[in-house]
Design a protein around this ligand. Structure first.
Ligand code: SAH
Length: 231
């Protein structure tokens, strides 16, 4: 008898932003794989605040480097481990922050498991930028929205915002200089900066001078709305 594998989206940080379906999936799992290190894990912080059996949680470390070779090796080893658990009838959950289908590296693992004939079903979650809009009372978009990863450039941002697009930038720590360069050139836009949404370290600011001087941590994102004349 084979166990099941489910990818469980935890939401961005605030434990109450998990869905009921995700909580039930966690409670039905024999083993819960959760990204992080012994000292730091956003996913574990969320799980600890929920009615989940923490003895079932196994942390896995994912190397953060842009070169994904080591990360993929770690994922491959994990998939082999999961395959043997499923073969003995264990139900396995794999957690992801925000929504598991949105900029989430666990998808590498989901694809790998599928190729091993072990399909993964996923449970939807609240993405961080949606929670960011809510904490700041922002009507994120009325017309056109583009979501970009941290590989964006000042030129790409300029083209999109000049065309009236609202832009969400994920993984901000990877493009700090480009964001600062763009903001210097285009002070007229509406800049909303967020960090650690839904946690006790949460920060939201629209203060231009603060954002242009800031270093961006890993859990940060930006929503830029075009100047009123361009929107
Ligand atoms: N699956 C996640 C995104 C994972 S990629 C989602 O649905 O939102 C990781 C990036 O997400 C981070 O670099 C950051 O840009 C953003 N992020 C995730 N959680 C966040 C939080 N609590 N506060 C601010 N940004 C967050």
């Amino acid at each position: 008898m084979k166990g099941k594998i489910v990818g469980v989206s935890l939401g961005p940080g605030e434990p109450e932003l998990i869905t009921l379906k995700a909580l039930k999936a966690l409670q039905g799992a024999d083993i819960i794989y959760c990204p992080g290190t012994q000292t730091k894990s956003r996913s574990r912080d969320i799980l600890q605040a929920l009615p989940v059996n923490m003895e079932r949680v196994r942390l896995f470390h994912v190397p953060m480097s842009k070169d994904r070779t080591f990360a993929n090796q770690a994922y491959d080893a994990l998939c082999t481990e999961i395959a043997s658990l499923v073969a003995t009838g264990k139900n396995v959950a794999i957690t992801a922050e925000g929504d598991s289908g949105f900029y989430s590296s666990v998808n590498y693992m989901f694809d790998k498991l599928a190729s091993m004939n072990l399909p993964v079903t996923t449970v939807a979650g609240v993405p961080a930028f949606i929670a960011a809009g809510a904490i700041s009372g922002l009507h994120i978009v009325k017309q056109k929205l583009v979501v970009l990863p941290g590989t964006t450039t000042a030129e790409e941002l300029d083209a999109l915002l000049s065309n009236g697009h609202v832009v969400v930038i994920m993984k901000l720590s990877q493009c700090t200089e480009e964001i600062h360069r763009f903001m210097q050139k285009s002070p007229c836009h509406e800049y909303h900066y967020y960090e650690n949404v839904g946690t006790s370290d949460e920060l939201h600011t629209t203060a231009y001078n603060d954002i242009t001087r800031k270093d961006f941590p890993y859990f940060s994102l930006m929503i830029i709305r075009p100047c009123k004349q361009l929107a």
